[in-house]
Ligand binder design. Structure first.
Ligand code: ZN
Length: 260
């Protein structure tokens, strides 16, 4: 299967649902710390469980999807939300590189950062407007700048010091201990940050990460102090690769991009 990243010239915008000329979304957005060249592949290729040759697709500078209208791309993301994510990413990169082993604290307009991340998450993939569990809630939240975070969902993040990108619209975790599916999650990771959304709990682990949805407010410009761990952060392939705690069930909407 060739990984599809280019939608039609005119189609339904993944974010707002309007039929319009489609434009290219970049993950991560231009202006974030440089990621360089990347090969897009399905998740099994990234985590190394199968030889992945033919479906790899090369991108010179971040992965692009032609999937959203120019209003969502240039106005909502480009002007409203991406600048805050870009500033936040550079601050976080500096903190990670300073190698001071104290929890990272950054004050940011977190309501904007989160909407930027959600916009790029929704832009990933072709013809996926409101498709997938909880994307109705996330779409409504993104499109209304004064909406509260959906109470059904929890949002987590942690520093992610890798150039490998992962975008997973929906995956499931099954605990080895119980044998039952006990976490459905959505994941987006690009240097230097990872975000996980779940109505349940994150897959079991002994790692440190921060739950941030209780910090979000209805005022888009609130300056919010975010604290992130710097020690015992999740390993690079968590949680998309299985481990001693459990299995991960992927769907066709799990992708990775690596420099290799
Ligand atoms: Zn749109």
């Amino acid at each position: 299967m060739r990984l599809q990243t280019r939608g039609p010239e005119v189609g339904v915008c993944n974010i707002c649902g309007k039929t319009a000329r489609l434009t290219e979304d970049h993950i991560p957005p231009k202006g974030c710390p440089k990621v360089g060249q990347a090969y897009l592949m399905d998740i099994m290729g990234l985590i190394g469980t199968k030889a992945e040759k033919r479906s790899k697709r090369f991108f010179q500078n971040g992965v692009k999807y032609k999937s959203i209208c120019s209003n969502c791309n240039n106005v909502l993301l480009g002007s409203e939300y991406d600048p805050e994510l870009i500033d936040f990413s550079h601050l976080l990169k500096e903190k990670i590189e300073s190698r001071l082993f104290l929890p990272i604290q950054i004050t940011t307009k977190l309501n904007r950062v989160v909407r930027s991340v959600l916009g790029h998450l929704m832009a990933h993939g072709i013809d996926l407007h409101r498709k997938g569990p909880d994307f109705e809630l996330l779409t409504d939240y993104f499109l209304n700048s004064s909406a509260p975070w959906p109470t059904k969902l929890k949002l987590y993040c942690w520093p992610y010091p890798s150039n490998d990108q992962v975008v997973i619209r929906i995956a499931g975790y099954v605990s080895v201990r119980t044998g039952i599916p006990n976490s459905i999650f959505t994941l987006i990771k690009f240097f230097p940050i990872a975000f996980l959304i779940t109505p349940d709990n994150p897959p079991e682990s002994s790692f440190s990460y921060s739950r941030i949805d209780p910090l979000l407010t209805a005022d888009i410009d609130d300056e919010i102090l975010l604290t992130l761990p710097i020690s015992n952060i999740p390993r690079i392939r968590w949680p998309e690769a299985p481990d001693k705690f459990g299995m991960i069930m992927h769907t066709p909407y799990s992708f990775g991009a690596s420099r290799n």
